[in-house]
Design a protein around this ligand. Structure first.
Ligand code: GLA
Length: 392
């Protein structure tokens, strides 16, 4: 009997080992972008000044800084990874000086860290930096990306020969699907043809809604303003993308970066860091890894956050995002340059006024009981962010 039990135990443990997930589980296609993708991309900080050492070191830093633990997963190489010419067989190849060991070796390294690799091309004859791109090469290029172990493709819009966008993006989506490898497909169409209305059908899982962000308060706010009205197009499997983060790149203040990160979380934006992870300050890391704010970004409560109060005289706004558990994330934004106090009535947040609500401050990590209003001091070019829930 005893040996029978031991045999059974061995059998069960072997069976468990058989069904244990592999170290890098491949998500089913439907679940690929069920939450806004999180990762890093080389463009905002490094432009074309990239090489395989940077990518290796960034993957290392993603782990050592706590970014991976906070949910960041994709290490994305933007423009300028490819050689000036295709190879003799007509395939894309990596720049022999910047990436001498090829993309497959980088993918293997990134995967060995439990992370995923992203790459870049354009739905045009050349990338925005004039390098070979994928228009009319979709099938061959998608096969290459899959063979290299690529997990994410950002697909730009430069040099598109004025051909219509939907077929250009759909061709690559179909080519990626045909490889059988789950690859996140990111449409970088800059919002030119309202990709929020067709991006999902064309196979996109996120779509840029605007032109490029730059590391300035006015650029960030201008992009945020263009998200108003797009809420209804966003959701699991297809996200509005207000462009990559500039947090930590040096031309905004700490307070401004807190506002930038908070706003992107309210918008369920893909959180793609764009700074140098290898040398980021503790304060930058504290912004990018704020678990409570990331949790708002990753929570799908049925609707992207939206603007509910816009005071153009006081230069203040209130943004609200419903959360799955019926609480609400609330962002008080001061667009002006001097400190102010922002108040919003619970009724304007969609709550029945009562004394049972509590507001958790996601940056100060404090909580306060509420009666009829949520109120907070907010610095110039700053934001305060709360989750308001019942239960007092
Ligand atoms: C476009 C994109 C940017 C970046 C550059 C690279 O401008 O919108 O995000 O990828 O091309 O050249």
């Amino acid at each position: 009997m005893k040996s029978l039990l031991v045999g059974l135990a061995i059998f069960l443990s072997l069976a468990a080992a058989q069904v244990a997930p592999p170290t890098h589980p491949m998500p089913a296609a439907a679940a690929l972008a069920d939450r806004p993708p999180m990762g890093w991309n080389s463009w905002n900080k490094f432009g074309c000044d990239i090489d395989e050492n940077l990518i290796h070191q960034t993957a290392d830093a993603m782990v050592s800084t706590g970014m991976k633990a906070a949910g960041y997963q994709y290490v994305n190489i933007d423009d300028c990874w490819m050689a000036k010419e295709r190879d003799a067989q007509g395939n894309l190849q990596s720049d022999p000086v910047r990436f001498p060991h090829g993309i497959k070796a980088i993918a293997d390294y990134v995967h060995s860290k439990g992370l995923k690799l992203g790459i870049y091309s354009s739905a045009g004859t050349k990338t925005c930096q004039g390098l070979p791109a994928s228009l009319d090469h979709e099938v061959a290029d998608a096969r290459k990306f899959a063979a290299w172990g690529v997990d994410y493709l950002k697909y730009d819009n430069c040099n598109n020969e004025k051909r219509p966008a939907i077929p250009r993006y759909t061709a690559m989506a179909n080519a990626l699907k045909a490889t059988g490898r789950p690859i996140v497909f990111s449409l970088c169409e800059w919002g030119e043809n309202k990709p929020w209305t067709w991006g999902r059908q064309a196979g996109g899982m996120l779509w840029r809604t605007t032109g490029d962000i730059s590391d300035r308060w006015n650029s960030m706010i201008h992009i945020m303003d263009q998200q108003v009205g797009l809420e209804k197009y966003s959701g699991p499997g297809g996200w509005n993308d207000p462009d990559m983060l500039e947090v930590g790149n040096g031309h905004m203040t700490f307070t401004e970066y807190v506002a930038h990160f908070s706003l992107w979380a309210m918008l369920n934006a893909p959180l793609i860091a764009g700074n140098d992870l290898r040398s980021m300050s503790d304060t930058t890391a504290a912004i990018l890894t704020n678990h409570a704010v990331i949790a708002v970004d990753q929570d799908w409560g049925g609707e992207q956050g939206s603007l509910v109060v816009n005071d153009t005289v006081a230069h203040t706004q209130v943004w609200v995002k419903p959360m799955k558990d019926k609480s609400k994330a609330v962002l008080l934004l001061n667009r002006g340059t001097t400190p102010t106090t922002i108040s919003v009535a619970l009724a304007d947040l969609g709550f029945t006024p009562s004394s049972k609500y509590v507001a958790l401050d996601l940056w100060a990590h404090t909580s306060q009981g509420l009666d009829e209003v949520l109120q907070s001091g907010v610095p110039g070019h700053g934001a305060a962010m709360f989750v308001v829930k019942g239960g007092r």
